[in-house]
Design a protein around this ligand. Sequence first.
Ligand code: FES
Length: 92
Amino acid sequence: MGNIKFYKEPKEAEIRRKTTLLRLAHEADAGVKAPCAGRGVCGKCLIKVKSGDLPEPSEQEIKVLGEEKIKEGYRMSCLVEVDEDCEVEVYV
Ligand code: FES
């Protein structure tokens, strides 16, 4: 497993098993908001990928964010599971 770095205020969390970016952000107290409690409907848990191989976006993620935002590197942290090193920016 790997580590994840959150940028805004630098925060880190250890990835011990495949889990969502949102859960890791909460573990790191990285300030990611989740008004819909991670149900994938509000689109407020945005992060921007700086490095790392993340899984392809789900249909739900594309529906809420739109393909343009995803091409720009934005992802919904509640819908993305990671298990390897990555770095993301947090938008609050
Ligand atoms: S927390 Fe609402 S879409 Fe992720």
